[in-house]
Design a protein around this ligand. Structure first.
Ligand code: UDP
Ligand code: MG
Length: 330
């Protein structure tokens, strides 16, 4: 039995990253607590279980709402990051806060897009021995065609690039404290959690659910951020692009060599014509490839640079259960 288990039931913490979510939090907070209470009443989890909100440096009333919730019911607690560090770091902060205080966590977005009622099945799988349970979207009907198409291409591409990811799984997952302990030794700054958990290992399972539309507010992941996240995923988990560049270099050199032979043959046969356009085209093509390749190499070098700094991935400035008062040295 694990450390935190009280009276034979495991403790669950639901970890919810929130960034400027004042419009949706009042709607979904109750749904999370209702699900927690259902699991407590059906004797699957301990009544010491919690709903942990992680405020990712919001600039709206999100932190006030979290504080109000915490004052209203002891199942709600919250921590606040000192500034906005992004979705992945917010989940990490919540997981590390929960690590030694519970037997399992479930991470889920706060906008109600992921089916909250799938948590029961996740806990069942945990009770059956799974250490990680991945929430998998079984269809993307509610997503726009563009989001569906790009997301599916992204997962396929990640696989081709050699990263181990669960198809159509985002960040809705149950993780046991055993896996969290192992995970805490993964110190990288460039986080791509969905690619990291398969690396930790242990017995895993999946639960399928239907993805809904956001209940209120707007997505924080427009195309620009999605592309950045996709690039982060690929370059954090695979060095294949660098090998591909090398392969491409060899191919272009062979083509160049053939081109030189062709040019010599043309000169010998007196068939030379003024070929300004073809030269410009070839030059543009090759400089495009060169710049693209340098860009990819730069991505990796940038990552090495950030990792060598060993900066903290987040800082916690407040907790709902610890009232911060300024202390003076004098
Ligand atoms: N989020 C966060 N920090 C950020 C951006 C987003 O903690 O910098 C949270 C956000 O509050 C939500 C989750 O991450 O709970 C997913 O964000 P969103 O719903 O905007 O993304 P989408 O579902 O559209 O990809
Ligand atoms: Mg969302």
């Amino acid at each position: 039995m694990k450390n935190c288990t009280i009276q034979g039931y495991p403790i669950l913490w639901i970890v919810i990253p929130c960034y400027n979510e004042e419009s949706v939090l009042p709607l979904t907070a109750k749904l999370f607590k209702d699900e927690l209470e259902l699991l407590i009443d059906t004797r699957k989890i301990s009544d010491k279980s919690k709903v942990l909100f992680v405020d990712d440096g919001s600039t709206d009333k999100t932190w006030n709402i979290i504080n109000e919730l915490a004052g209203f019911d002891e199942h709600y607690i919250g921590i606040r990051e000192s500034r906005n560090r992004g979705h992945q770091n917010a989940i990490l902060a919540g997981m590390m806060e929960a690590k030694d205080k519970c037997d399992m966590i479930i991470s889920i977005d706060c906008d109600g897009q992921d089916d909250i009622s799938a948590m029961g099945e996740m806990v069942d799988k945990y009770l059956d021995g799974a250490e990680v349970v991945y929430g998998v979207r079984n269809s993307r009907k509610k997503d726009s065609f563009f989001k569906r198409f790009t997301a599916e291409m992204f997962y396929k591409f990640l696989r081709i690039m050699g990263a181990e990811v669960v198809f159509n799984h985002a960040d809705y997952r149950l993780v046991s404290s055993l896996v969290l302990d192992g995970f805490s030794d993964f110190k990288e700054v460039n986080l791509f959690l969905r690619g990291m958990f398969p690396l930790v290992g242990y017995k895993s399972d999946i639960v399928c659910y239907e993805r809904q539309e956001r209940m209120a507010g707007e997505s924080h992941y427009p195309l620009r951020k999605m592309l950045h996240f996709a690039l982060e995923g690929i370059t954090s988990f695979s060095v294949k692009p660098i090998s591909l560049i090398a392969g491409l270099g060899v191919m272009v050199s062979i083509l160049g060599f053939i081109g030189v032979i062709w040019a010599i043959v043309c000169v010998i046969m007196h068939k030379t014509v003024a070929g300004w356009a073809s030269i410009v085209c070839i030059l543009c093509f090759l400089s495009g490839i060169q710049l693209f390749s340098i860009g990819i190499l730069g991505e990796y070098i940038g990552k090495i640079y950030l990792e060598t700094k060993h900066r903290p991935r987040y800082l916690i400035s407040e907790k709902t259960w610890e009232k911060s008062e300024r202390k003076y040295k004098g």
